[in-house]
Design a binder for this molecule. Structure first.
Ligand code: FAD
Length: 345
């Protein structure tokens, strides 16, 4: 007489066997893909290899077939394409309906989306509809020996890094901020299978109409998240009047000026320059931290930079733990000397 299997365990076993494939949502605006989607394909490939499953991209929009070619170039083996006028602009309801129908039909094991305006909105409603979990703003993703997605993200105000699993439900869903994952190489020769699916939503079912798209013309034109060289200032700068000193160094390098939250909260720099957990995630070739102590909330936004140079007069400052090169001293002497030397070169 065999002992009866626990119904909950049986449900989980069945569930884990039914779901396969790693999916990346290709976010697009007016036919142009968000770079984070390609970064996620890069990470998705690693996960798909670990799971021995296929990497798929999901493209929703109108007249967006050119994105399939790009998705193959960045590593997708298959693209699910839903192309219809009703999907021209991102609207929660139409995208959610289409995405969920697709996920219910093909049952992916993992779904990744960018932690952007679109991705955060869509991931939330899709996870709710599919009755599964979602981990937002992940900074690390891996697979354990039971096919669970290990999702790492800062928790409790950034004071600890938590690893979260969704081991009893599928799909496993994460959002990841732009620039957290490395951009994969593009292979222009790559090709794959396009699966065209019917669109199951009509215009009159959607309560939102897009009348006009206004481009952001508000803030500074500087986009720190894509910069190759960043010179950041913190509370050690003492005031806004000292930021031009950093700007001069940034200009010599062809880079931009960033800031810690303390400098932004003090009104020394605008919020779009903030690096960190509640600011932007950056991944420049060189990040120069001037008068920044290196609180964990700052580090999570810049620790993946290729080279980190820290200038701080406190030898115990935590920024030195992530720095490639550390300079202990007064930034008011070091920064101008550094700029002068570079100008001479
Ligand atoms: P401080 O910690 O005050 O450090 C100033 C440093 O300057 C010191 O190390 C000092 O030795 C050095 N210094 C002073 N004078 C000189 C000099 N003349 N020469 C050289 N060095 C000098 N912070 C962020 O940056 N980004 C975020 O996105 C962010 N999000 C947060 C989210 C939450 C939920 C919380 C709770 C906090 C967040 N913070 C964030 C704040 C973070 O915890 C720190 O308070 C902040 O990063 C500190 O900024 P700072 O390094 O400029 O200032």
């Amino acid at each position: 007489h065999e002992p009866e299997e626990d119904p909950e365990e049986a449900r989980i076993k069945k569930l884990l066997a039914e779901y396969r494939g790693v999916w990346v949502f290709v976010e697009q605006t007016e036919g142009e893909a968000a770079k984070v989607s390609w970064e996620l394909l890069g990470k998705g490939k690693e996960l798909a290899d670990a799971l021995k499953t296929e990497l798929c991209a999901v493209v929703l929009g109108h007249e967006v077939e050119h994105l399939c070619k790009q998705a193959f170039g960045y590593g997708a083996e298959k693209v699910y394409l839903l192309d219809a006028p009703v999907l021209r602009h991102y609207r929660t309801k139409s995208y959610e309906r289409c995405f969920c129908a697709l996920a219910e039909k093909y049952r992916p094991e993992v779904i990744l989306m960018g932690a952007t305006g679109q991705g955060r909105d869509l991931a939330g409603v899709v996870a709710t509809r599919l009755k599964t979990g979602l981990t937002a703003d992940c900074t690390g993703l891996g697979i354990d020996d039971k096919r669970n997605l290990m999702q790492t993200r800062p928790a409790f105000g950034g004071n600890i890094m938590a690893t979260i699993m969704c081991d009893k439900y599928r799909p496993q869903m994460s959002t990841v901020r732009p620039h957290v994952m490395a951009m994969p190489e593009f292979d222009p020769m790559a090709n794959g299978e396009i699966v065209r699916e019917a669109v199951n939503v009509a215009e009159n079912e959607i309560p939102v109409k897009v009348l006009e798209i206004l481009k952001d013309g508000s803030g500074s034109k500087v986009d720190i998240s894509g910069a190759e060289f960043i010179v950041s200032g913190g509370r050690g700068l003492m005031g806004p009047e000292n930021f031009p000193m950093l700007q001069e160094l940034a200009d010599v390098l062809g880079g931009v000026v960033g800031a810690s939250r303390s400098a932004v909260d003090a009104g020394w720099m605008p919020p779009d320059r903030q690096v960190g957990q509640t600011g932007k995630t950056v991944r420049p070739k060189i990040y120069i931290a001037c008068g920044i102590s290196g609180a964990i909330q700052h580090l999570v936004g810049m620790q993946d930079s290729d080279v980190i140079i820290a200038i701080n007069r406190d030898p115990e400052a935590p920024i030195f733990e992530v720095a490639t090169y550390g300079i202990v001293g007064d930034l008011f002497k070091i920064v101008p000397a550094f700029t002068r030397k570079l100008k001479e070169m």
